[in-house]
Design a protein around this ligand. Structure first.
Ligand SMILES: NC(=O)c1ccc[n+]([C@@H]2O[C@H](COP(=O)([O-])OP(=O)(O)OC[C@H]3O[C@@H](n4cnc5c(N)ncnc54)[C@H](OP(=O)(O)O)[C@@H]3O)[C@@H](O)[C@H]2O)c1
Length: 322
């Protein structure tokens, strides 16, 4: 099996690269890496060094590429070795929640995803295209109800941030381009940390805990579940799904697979408790449900959005994760 993986320098993709490199079925692992002013091979090796895992350049091969590149498809098609790729795993995305990133989110998560899918579909031996979606494409208006996977993607969903919207549009394009029998869509909930007590690296999500701690108020039900899954769990589940036999019966469309902790997930109260232990401060109080709607309305104002961005910048500046 020859696999092309995108996003291998990221939080989830890095873990996936390491796991896939150990699978006997994977004869060659091509990783689409943008150079970012550095040698792509050095960037990829750094991922393996971070995971304290041996990097075998004979099996793990960097392919320099940028999802914003309008000629990405042509460049991949012209690559002499990629013609035999039979599995594509798309884990790269612009994961920023910052409103200022709107244009880049479109270019990477929508246009880049579509270009990658069109190239993959042109491969003579494509067996699987695995799209890393997100549970958050269900939208922000669904409260106190069960959310079924098949309810999304839905064009009328109202999204919390443009990231979620572009991930939804990206998934819609992939569904249009890749035939259902070759498509695997996974939708993880929130991925954070690692069960093995390693340094967390997802600055994009971790800012939220710091923000909550600064605000000292969380408009949530303390007993409600906050579905966070550790990165090693998410990556292992994804690899298992990839290699699991898929039913012989033809399906009308791909069934998106949720990647979540479900009953094992933590409650808001437990997360607040964990934040307290980390920050050595009293836990932020969870306010009552009566107050929550008012706070949520306030949160939607432009002023709150600006504050949100400032907090993000403050946390990034203070963070030593990257
Ligand atoms: N983390 C979560 O909680 C979560 C939850 C649900 C779904 N997901 C999905 O899981 C996937 C991985 O998320 P993550 O948390 O691992 O993200 P991440 O740490 O932000 O990594 C993003 C990856 O995408 C690459 N990338 C970004 N822009 C690119 C471009 N223009 N061209 C090529 N590569 C580009 C980055 O490369 P550079 O290193 O060069 O920047 C990096 O390797 C995403 O599709 C995300 O939507 C994540």
């Amino acid at each position: 099996m020859k696999v092309l993986l995108t996003g291998s320098t990221g939080f989830l993709g890095g873990k996936l690269a390491v796991l896939l490199s150990k699978r006997r079925e994977v004869e060659r692992l091509y990783c689409l890496v943008r150079s970012n002013g550095q040698d792509a091979r050095a960037r990829l090796k750094a991922v393996f060094d971070f995971h304290d895992d041996p990097f075998d350049p004979a099996r793990v091969v960097p392919v320099e590429g940028e999802l914003r590149d309008a000629e990405l498809g042509e460049k991949l098609a012209a690559h002499p070795e990629l013609r035999d790729v039979d599995v594509v795993i798309h884990a790269a995305a612009d994961t920023s929640f910052a409103p200022a990133n709107g244009e880049n989110l479109e270019k990477v998560n929508v246009e880049g995803t579509a270009a990658l899918a069109r190239w993959a579909e042109s491969l003579p031996g494509l067996k699987t295209f695995c799209y890393e979606g997100t549970a958050s494409i269900c939208g922000s208006r669904l409260t106190n109800c069960n959310v079924r996977e098949e309810q999304s993607p839905h064009a009328s969903a109202v999204h919390l941030v443009k990231y979620c919207f572009t991930k939804m549009v990206g998934e819609i394009s992939v569904r249009r381009i890749i035939p259902a029998r070759k498509l695997v869509i996974v939708r993880p909930s929130i991925i954070m940390g690692d069960t093995r007590n390693w340094a967390p690296r997802s600055t994009v999500i971790l800012w939220a805990l710091a923000a909550v701690n600064l605000i000292r108020l969380i408009p949530v039900d303390p007993r409600a579940n906050l579905d966070i899954v550790p990165v090693d769990y998410a990556a292992r589940a994804l690899v298992e799904l990839l290699f699991a036999p898929r039913g012989g019966r033809p399906r009308a469309g791909p069934a998106p697979i949720p990647l979540r902790g479900w009953r094992a997930s933590r409650t808001n109260e437990e997360v607040a408790e964990a934040a307290r232990a980390l920050e050595r401060a009293p836990p932020p109080p969870a306010v009552s449900r009566l107050l929550a709607p008012r706070l949520q309305r306030q949160r939607r104002t432009a002023a709150a959005a600006r504050r949100h961005e400032t907090l993000f910048r403050v946390h990034r500046a203070q963070s030593n994760f990257r």
